[in-house]
Design a protein around this ligand. Structure first.
Ligand SMILES: O=C(O)c1cc(=O)[nH]c(=O)n1[C@@H]1O[C@H](COP(=O)(O)O)[C@@H](O)[C@H]1O
Length: 281
């Protein structure tokens, strides 16, 4: 089996070559309807194929949201498998957005599902939740390292409800979100050109200058488009860390379908706005 180069190195190269945009594959029932597709496996397959065809050859990352596929049971998961394969074949990195998190022994099984190189759903990286304790993610960290894959750990999420957990202060005065960032910085120490263990930090959060975002790893930044953030917000939110930001746009691009060239144009427009915002930072 070929050994993959570490995810962080592959991601850095993809960001340099294609720009950092991540397009989400989020087949909401409402989007299937807007695209004139049926709310079934055939509609799901057409939707996902169209997004891959439109953007997998031009963006650094595609992020399928697993729930929208799981909704259709095993046949939906089969579509997800195919989408991952097609997107990777077209040169995009795939971040599986499944937000897994469990006690360590069960976490090992989730890791086997997404991070073992020959698993049917193997993805370049996986979103994970550390709220059973960062240490519970160890099996995923270990297998990701072995496979050349990565993780995106929920640190400061884009939704307004996240603060009650993530901004909570520990007895040592550090917030829970900052603690997750510190764990990731330790994971990525010494890695070049970029570590493989990223944080999810919402682009919607405003000024994050009180957080140390210098984790030497990627920062997946959802919230642009439908949740109200814009590419122009990125330098203000992320400061010097903006060069490691992978901004995600899902509905902001997807609402332009089903026309392939309209989807491409929308993705290109976001990519260009992101490029100029980051260049001016
Ligand atoms: O991990 C994520 O991707 C994620 C974390 C977060 O804090 N906020 C967030 O919106 N997401 C995901 O990012 C995508 C955002 O979609 P749009 O709001 O349509 O651009 C969805 O798939 C969310 O599940």
């Amino acid at each position: 089996m070929t050994v993959l180069e570490p995810f962080g190195a592959r991601l850095r190269r993809a960001m340099d070559e294609r720009g950092p945009l991540c397009v989400g594959i989020d087949p909401h029932a409402s989007l299937l309807a807007e695209w004139g597709l049926s709310d079934d496996v055939a509609g799901l397959e057409r939707f996902s194929r169209t997004v891959v065809e439109a953007v997998a050859d031009r963006v650094a990352v595609l992020k399928p949201q697993s729930a929208f596929f799981e909704r259709f049971g095993s046949r939906g998961v089969a579509v997800l498998e195919k989408s991952v394969e097609e997107a990777r074949n077209a040169g995009a990195l795939v971040v599986m957005d499944a937000k897994r998190g469990d006690i360590g022994s069960t976490m090992a099984a989730y890791a086997e599902s997404f991070l073992r190189k020959d698993a049917p759903l193997f993805s370049d990286a996986l979103t994970v939740s550390p709220y059973l304790g960062y240490g519970s993610l160890k099996p995923a960290v270990d297998l990701a390292r072995e496979s050349g894959a990565g993780l995106f750990v929920l640190a400061l999420t884009s939704n307004p409800e996240g603060g009650e957990v993530q901004h909570a202060t520990r007895s040592d005065g550090r917030s829970v979100g900052a603690t997750m960032l510190a764990h990731l910085a330790a994971e990525n120490a010494g890695e070049e050109p970029l570590g493989s263990f990223g944080a999810v930090v919402g682009a919607t959060l405003g000024d994050l200058s009180s957080y140390d975002l210098a984790i030497n790893g990627p920062l997946l930044a959802p919230g642009i488009g439908a949740q109200g953030a814009t590419p122009a917000d990125l330098p203000r939110v992320f400061g010097a860390a903006v060069r490691n930001v992978v901004p995600n746009v899902s509905r902001g691009v997807l609402r332009h379908g089903p026309d392939v060239s309209a989807l491409r144009t929308a993705a290109d427009r976001f990519a260009e706005e992101i490029r100029s915002a980051v260049a001016g930072a």
